[in-house]
Structure formats: structure tokens, C-alpha cells
Design a protein around this ligand. Structure first.
Ligand code: RM4
Ligand code: MN
Ligand code: MN
Length: 429
């Protein structure tokens, strides 16, 4: 297996950091034992936990007006895979990559699958792109894609999604994520009911092309800059569509796609209740769809989402198998560092949610002991689980201190010499 960073470098740094880690892990273990929790059990669950990274997150994203390139950033799927391999080598939490087409198009997908495999990576959900026009594309998405008023445009969008499924089959994916940038800029521009009907019609044709063991995930999004309405604006529209389209169609929750203060953990519980919780795009936001690093603004919300996920896992109703993915735009940081940071934050919220004393919580809920219920959750949220995460990483061959190991490797500096520089770009995302 190809490891982009020197395994010796990681092992050396780990052995220097091990005595302190063992001390911290033992101390936390004693504390958790007093609460009736076996620390090794939590650590083993963390070792099994994983989250996919987005190929598009490996490059620098744009602010609204400009993209500020980073020396050594990847410009094609091959370089992106190499960067994703670095993230997984250090974190051991991100063995899957979610690709986006046509951004990641290549001539030979069998070879691409082997390339990923040589890094110990596989492909997660494929993402279609009907929110940008490509050079030479016959019909414009400027007024919508699956919901467009123009039949030829709708057909083009359907065909593109079907092409993504075909590519996905070749690279070993089992899910298609459909996010459309469809909507309107002015009241009156489109009939709000009919545009949803057109979307459903188009999405049904994509769903009909879905292989039997695949899932189709619909991603809602409240707004785009300068929008008056978006077609799949919220979880209600998403759920309606997923219910109408069929059993293997589910809803994907991107944490950044809601109005500020929306109770996302409740949405998670509702979608699970309906058997329609397909997966997540983890990120954080302050003002809108900012695609900030997961948990950078509201880590408590992320913990509460994981609390619902553990409840769902314990009470699977129609099954529980959501896909976890990161979806972030890195505008001023090194994307590798940001995704490492997010992978740790996400695994940390998972670990904290596992620590919750479920019996005590449920008892307090039944007794209407409001403060005890709240403190039961809050106590787990406040626990510093860093030693659990670091030990899980170290046991899997990752880095105890991933940030200093990454910087010591001088990976980005080396790539800045090898890779072709990225030009200045307009702002996107
Ligand atoms: C959107 C959405 C989608 C992603 C694009 C790049 O805001 O989050 O998941 O495909 O950005
Ligand atoms: Mn997303
Ligand atoms: Mn987004």
C-alpha cells in the first residue's frame, strides 16, 4: 500500500508522545470507570468509526469574490486522492472519498479505482453537478436543472445523473447524492408548485436508473446568494420528495444548509422516525452556507446531532445506516489540516455521545427531571475525550499529534515544488 508520508516519521513522533498519552488515558479511564464506563470499549467504537472526505474539499474553495490559491494544492482527482491518503494515514478515520462529477472525470475509471485502492481508499457517494454550466454543454442551468421549464435542459440533467451512476458503478460506489442549485431569484419567476413537480418528474427518472443495491440521497438547501426560493429548500421538501420517489431514496442533511438557530438535531430525529435519514454533510456555519470546518462554530450542536444518532442506532426502527461525509470549503487554511481537524472533531462528538448514560437520561426524561436530563447530556459533552481519540489513532497506525506530524513531513512544501500552480480564480461555493 502506498503511504504518502514516512511511516517512520509518524512512529518516531508517536513513541515520543506515548508516555504522556498513556498517563492521560489511564487518568480518564479511572474517571470513566467511576461512572461505570469502560474506556477501552469507547476507544474500540471510535476505532470502527469513519467519515468520508469530499474530493472537492482537498482544493482551496472560494470566498464570494475570489479564490486564494495555496501553493501545492491539488488540481485533479489523482492529486486529490494523494491528499486524501495523507488525511487517512494520519487520522485513520477517513478511508473513503466522495467524488464530484464532472470535476473528477477521467478516461479510465477502473484505473482510478485501483489508484484509490493502492492508497487504501475507496469511493463513497458520487455527487452530480447540475449547478454549473460546463464548456460545450448544449443547455444552460441558469434557470434550473431537474426543475427547469425547458425540457431539453431537464433531460440533460437526468442524463448527467445517470452518467454519474454509471461512473459510480465502475469505481465501487453505492450511492448518488443529488444536490440541485435550482430555485428562483424573483417572486413570480416560476410557479412554486409546478417547479417542484418538474423536479419530482426528473428525479423519478434518475431513481429508475438506480441499481438495486444503491441509495439516492437528496440534499436540501435553504438558499443561495441572491435567491428568492430554492426548490428543495428544507427537510420537508426533501422528505416529501424522498417518500414519493421510493424506498431507496433518502434525505441527506448538510449542517450548513439551514437557517441560523434551526434545531438540526430534531430534524435528524424526525428523518430517522420516517426511515429516511440517508446521511450527512458535516460542516459548520455562522451566517449561511459558510462551509466552515465541522464544529468550529457550534460543537455542541454537532454533539447533539450525534446524541440523536446514538439514540437512532439503539432504536433502529426501519434500519439505521446513515452515510457520514465531510463537506467543507477551505478558503484560508490548508485543506488537509482542516479535514484532519474536522475528522477529529466529528469522531470526538461521536465518542462523547457514546459516553452518555442512556439509562439515566431516559429515566430523567420519564420523570420530567429536566435539569438532570440536561446535566446528563452536558456532562458527557464536557468530557475531554482527546486521549481516547489519540489512542485509537495510534493503535491504528495514525498520528497521536497529527498537526505536528503533518507539518514536520513538509508534504505541502514538497507538493508546491512538484505540482503545477493553480491560477487565480473567481469565488465559488
Ligand atoms: C453545495 C452542496 C453540495 C455540494 C456543492 C459543492 O452547497 O453542499 O453538497 O455538492 O455545494
Ligand atoms: Mn453538501
Ligand atoms: Mn453546501
Amino acid at each position: 500500500m502506498i503511504a504518502p508520508l514516512s511511516a517512520e516519521l509518524i512512529a518516531e513522533a508517536n513513541s515520543a508522545a506515548t508516555p504522556a498519552l498513556e498517563e492521560d488515558y489511564a487518568a480518564l479511564g479511572r474517571k470513566l470507570e467511576r461512572q461505570g464506563v469502560a474506556i477501552d470499549r469507547i476507544k474500540d467504537r471510535v476505532k470502527e468509526f469513519s467519515v468520508a472526505v469530499p474530493s472537492w474539499g482537498a482544493g482551496r474553495g472560494g470566498t464570494r469574490f475570489a479564490k486564494f490559491p495555496l501553493a501545492g494544492e491539488p488540481t485533479n482527482i489523482h492529486e486529490k486522492l494523494e491528499d486524501c491518503a495523507v488525511i487517512n494515514q494520519l487520522s485513520r478515520t477517513t478511508p473513503r472519498v466522495s467524488p464530484h462529477f464532472p470535476w473528477d472525470k477521467v478516461d479510465d475509471y477502473g484505473a482510478l479505482r485501483e489508484e484509490a485502492d493502492s492508497y487504501g481508499l475507496s469511493f463513497d457517494a458520487v455527487n452530480s453537478n447540475t449547478f454549473q454550466d460546463q464548456v460545450g454543454q448544449p443547455h444552460s442551468y441558469s434557470t434550473g436543472s431537474l426543475s427547469s421549464t425547458v425540457e431539453a435542459t431537464r433531460e440533460q440533467a437526468i442524463e448527467h445523473n445517470i452518467e454519474c451512476i454509471e461512473i459510480g458503478r465502475k469505481i465501487g460506489s453505492r450511492a448518488l447524492t443529488v444536490w440541485v442549485g435550482d430555485g428562483t431569484n424573483f417572486p413570480g419567476q416560476q410557479d412554486l408548485g409546478r417547479s417542484f413537480d418538474r423536479y419530482l418528474d426528473g428525479a423519478a427518472k434518475v431513481y429508475a436508473a438506480l441499481p438495486g443495491d444503491w441509495t439516492m440521497m437528496l440534499e436540501h438547501k435553504m438558499f443561495e446568494p441572491a435567491f428568492y426560493s430554492s426548490v428543495i429548500s428544507d427537510w420537508g421538501s426533501s422528505l416529501l420528495a424522498a417518500q414519493e420517489l421510493g424506498e431507496r431514496c433518502k434525505c441527506l442533511v448538510d449542517l450548513g444548509h439551514h437557517a441560523p438557530n434551526v434545531n438540526i438535531e430534531q430534524i435528524v430525529a424526525r428523518l430517522h422516525r420516517a426511515g429516511k435519514l440517508g446521511g450527512f454533510h458535516f460542516n459548520d456555519s455562522k451566517y449561511g452556507d459558510d462551509d466552515l470546518d465541522s464544529g468550529s462554530i457550534n460543537p455542541h450542536q454537532l454533539f447533539l446531532v450525534f446524541n440523536e444518532l446514538i439514540e437512532a442506532e439503539l432504536n433502529p426502527r426501519d434500519g439505521f445506516d446513515p452515510a457520514y461525509m465531510i463537506d467543507q470549503s477551505h478558503n484560508v487554511t490548508d485543506p488537509i489540516e482542516s479535514m484532519l481537524s474536522s475528522a477529529e472533531t466529528i469522531a470526538g462528538c461521536y465518542a462523547r455521545a457514546l459516553l452518555v448514560d442512556r439509562d439515566a437520561l431516559h429515566q430523567a426524561q420519564d420523570d420530567n427531571d429536566v435539569l438532570l436530563a440536561f446535566r446528563t447530556l452536558r456532562g458527557s459533552y464536557e468530557c475531554d475525550v482527546a486521549p481516547i481519540l489519540a489512542k485509537a489513532r495510534a493503535e491504528l497506525g495514525g498520528a497521536i499529534d497529527w498537526l505536528s506530524a503533518y507539518r514536520a513531513s513538509k508534504y505541502r512544501e514538497r507538493k508546491a515544488q512538484e505540482r503545477k500552480p493553480v491560477g487565480l480564480g473567481a469565488g465559488i461555493v
